[in-house]
Design a protein around this ligand. Sequence first.
Ligand code: HEM
Length: 365
Amino acid sequence: MKRLTMIADFLRARFPLEKMDLESMLMKKEVPVHKMSWAYYLGGLTLLFFTIQVITGLLLLFYYQPTVTEAYDSVKFITEKVPGGYVIRNMHVWASSAMILTAILHFLTTFAMKAFEKPREITWWSGLLLLFITFTFGFTGYLLPWHQLSVNATKVGLQFIGAVGPYLPGKLSELPNKLIEIIQGGASIGQETLSRFYAIHVVILPLAIFAILGLHLLSIQLHGMSQGTDDKFFRKEKFFPDFVVKDFSLWAITFFILFVLAITIPFDSFFAYPLMEPYNPLGSTPEGIKPEWYFYFIYYPMEMLPFWIILVISGVVMIVLFLVPRVFGGTDRKVLRFVASIAFLYFVIMTIFGEAIFNLVKGGY
Ligand code: HEM
C-alpha cells in the first residue's frame, strides 16, 4: 500500500494535470536564451522528420507489396514508373537517416543540458524508448525492398541477437534464438520474416511511437523547457509566438533542403550496391555487407572485439542510461557536456573511420 502511494505521488509530481490548460501551455511557456539554446530546436526537428516519415510512408504503402516475389519489383516500380514515386521514396530514405541523426543529437544535448533532472525523468525515459524505436524503424525498414544487401544485412543483424545466447545462464540461453524465430517467423528468412518486419514497421512501431511521443510531449508541456545552463542570469523568450515562429521557419528551411536533396541525389548512390538485384536465396552473399551507417558505432566494435566485451559494455551503458536521472542528478553541467562530447566524438569516429580502423586491426592479425 505504501509503495502504491509512493508511485501515485511520483506520478502526480511528474504529471501535474492542473497545469493542463492552453494558457500555461502556450501563453505562459518560455524558452531560455543562452549559448546552448540552439539545442531546444533538435526535438522539434526530429518531430518534423517523423511527420515526413509518416506521410511519405503512407504514400509508399499505395504501391509497395510485402511479398518476397513482388517487394523488390514494387520498389523498382515506385522508383521508376510511379509519378513522383522516386521523390517520395528518396525523401523517406533521406528523412530516416536525418531523423536518426537529430534524435541522437537531441539525446546527447538534453543529457548535456541536464534536462533529465527531476521532474523530467519521464521525459528522459520516454525519450530513450523513442530512440530505441527510431533505430528499430531503421532496422525493419531496411529489409522491405528485399534485395541481396537488405536481406543479407538483416541476417547478420539477427545473428548478433543469437550470439547473446551462450552468455546467458540455464534456460535463459535459449531466449535469443526463440526471439529470432519469433521475429523471423521460422527457422530461416523468408516470406514470414518479410510479413513480420512489414507489420512491425508499418503498424506496431507507429502505434508505439505515437503513444510514447504523446507522453514525451505532454510531459514537456507540463514542465516547460528546462533551464539548460548553469548561468544565473539569462534571458527568456516567449514560446508563443517568438520561439514557435523560429521553430516553424527552421522546419520550412529543413523541408526545402530535404526536398532538394530528394530530387537531386538518390540516397541509394551512397550504398556500395545501389538498388541491387532482388534477393536470391541460392545466390552468394555479397562481399563486405554491412548495416546502415547509423549502426556502425556498434557494428565495427562487434567485428573487432570479443563478443563478451561488447555485451558487458552494452549492458552497463543501457543500465546507466536508464539510471541517468539518479546517477548524474548532482553532476555539474560542464562534466555532462564533456561526457556528451566524448560520446559524440566516438559516434563520429566510428561512423566515418570505422571501416578503416577495422581494416587496420584486421590487417594487423
Ligand atoms: C522520436 C524521437 C523524439 C522526438 C520526436 C522528440 C521530441 C521532443 C520535443 C519536440 C521536445 C521539446 C523541444 C526540445 O527540447 O528539443 C523534446 C524535449 C525533450 N526530449 Fe525529446 N524527442 C525524441 C527523442 C528523445 C530522446 C532520445 C531523448 C533522450 C533520451 C529525449 C529527451 C528529451 C528531454 C529530456 C526533453 C526536455 C528538454 C527540456 O526540457 O529542455 N527525447 N523532445
